[in-house]
Design a protein around this ligand. Sequence first.
Ligand code: NI
Length: 176
Amino acid sequence: MKILKYPHPCLRKKCKELQRIDKAVVDRVAEMFQTMYEARGLGLAAPQVGWDARLFVINANGEKDGEMVFVNPVIVEAEGAVNEEEGCLSVPGINMRVGRAERVRVKAFDLNGRQFELESDGLLAIALQHESDHIDGKLFISKLTRAGKAAIAPRLEELEEQFKAAYPDAPTSCPM
Ligand code: NI
């Protein structure tokens, strides 16, 4: 799978709930993990690979048993505040501190269609918020202060130039 980069319009889309978990979905999720590992990321959301679905994967420890899939996730509680450095595979070359809740509780479905709840803090809590933003069409760079946005402006311009070169006929939607 190819990871879409800023400013691809699919990254700005509020994604649709997944209605059905079938083999195609399970296969696609396996491919997402593979793509994420190859890119050395710890989280990847469906819109980042051009899929208009409320789904993301996270692996915070890099081991097979660390694989987590969140289908139609909802953050039901958030408390505390942290300000840690984040990066994003769709916005390469930018690492900036972003304000987030310290702890979150998330409700989601797994690939067996079972609902689960997860309470987390630390890196996982930040990843859950970062990936949840993705499926709402939000990138972490939109949360920067005005000074932060000014600091990354030159890099965003580079990414915009690369995008124009890669897609002469500017895409307007998610490929899948
Ligand atoms: Ni990201």
